[in-house]
Design a protein around this ligand. Structure first.
Ligand SMILES: C[S@@+](CC[C@H](N)C(=O)[O-])C[C@H]1O[C@@H](n2cnc3c(N)ncnc32)[C@H](O)[C@@H]1O
Length: 270
């Protein structure tokens, strides 16, 4: 995350170490890190060879991979700037354009550049703002930067649970919720949707912008289908037949099917 003296990201220095737990790092150039597949992944604003070598010595680890890149390369070749989706304006923290949501995108998915994020944002706003659908409790599965959860809260949803298994995503989502004055409406939960049971009872809306394998597992789980409305994305059209096959036999009504580039989104009602 951005902390003084930094107010934007320029160059990223990343190190992957074969560690199973994140050691504490107190360094002003540290952006954040997480554990993925028994690998600790760290990001810094500046090169940190000495610090990383010392960490390896202390933790008995080794460097598996290291790289440095421009922030725009990390964000799919774009310089992040303000955008509007579904009538809602979003800007990164360092952009001075007026915006309803201001984000520290950090190195976490959900800055808004990706077609699935935009599709989800537009669709979420359509249903949250619809007078016919009253949305209270909402689950944002795979919240990333927290953008979708924040958009829901900004539009008046009183109870949003934002879930991610990535520890840095949870920190970034919580920071972004505070920055946007909706921290009281959003509870951030670090949770692995692959291994921990998910309770969707009493939930009005589940929004899940995930990847195909995890979506397939979730939609094949009967207890996933206790909420009222579902916005699902994160898959391309070639994956739709497998996902359709995984849907439960019981009646689900398709309210919307959208595409942006090759990315898809479904809205389902139980
Ligand atoms: C495609 S990104 C979506 C981020 C944001 N919601 C958006 O729409 O831009 C998927 C998110 O799901 C999270 N995720 C992936 N696998 C997960 C799991 N097993 N449990 C919980 N979260 C997971 C990732 O860390 C990532 O933040």
């Amino acid at each position: 995350m951005l902390r003084p003296p930094y107010d934007r990201y320029k160059r990223l220095y990343t190190y992957h170490l074969d560690l199973r737990e994140l050691p504490e790092i107190n360094d002003q150039d540290f952006i954040g890190g997480w554990i993925e597949d028994n690998t600790a992944i760290f990001f810094f604003h500046r090169p940190k060879e000495r610090l990383i070598r010392e960490l390896c010595r202390q933790q008995n680890g080794r460097i598996i991979y290291e790289a440095d890149l421009d922030y725009s390369e990390w964000e799919a070749g774009r310089d992040l700037s303000a955008f509007t989706a579904g009538g809602l304006s979003v800007a990164p923290l360092w952009d001075t354009a007026p915006a309803e949501i201001r984000l520290d995108p950090s190195v976490i998915f959900g800055s808004g550049f990706h077609p699935t994020t935009r599709l989800c944002l537009e669709t979420l706003l359509k249903y949250v703002e619809s007078p016919e659908v009253s949305i209270g409790k909402t689950l944002d599965l795979g919240t990333g930067t927290g953008l979708l959860a924040i958009a829901a809260a900004k539009k008046g949803v009183a109870d949003v649970i934002a879930v991610d298994h990535n520890s840095l995503a949870c920190q970034v989502a919580a920071k972004n919720a505070s920055l946007n004055g909706v921290a009281r409406q959003i509870k951030v939960r670090q949770m692995d949707l692959r291994t921990e049971p998910l309770d969707t009872s009493g939930v009005d809306l589940v929004i899940a912008n995930l990847y195909r394998g995890l979506l397939e597992e979730l939609i094949a789980t009967p207890s996933f289908w206790q909420a009222r409305l579902y916005i699902l994305s994160g898959f391309i059209s070639a994956m739709e037949p497998d996902l359709l096959a995984a849907l439960p036999a019981r009646k689900l009504k398709f309210l919307d099917r959208k595409r942006l580039d090759r990315w898809c989104l479904w809205v389902l009602m139980r």
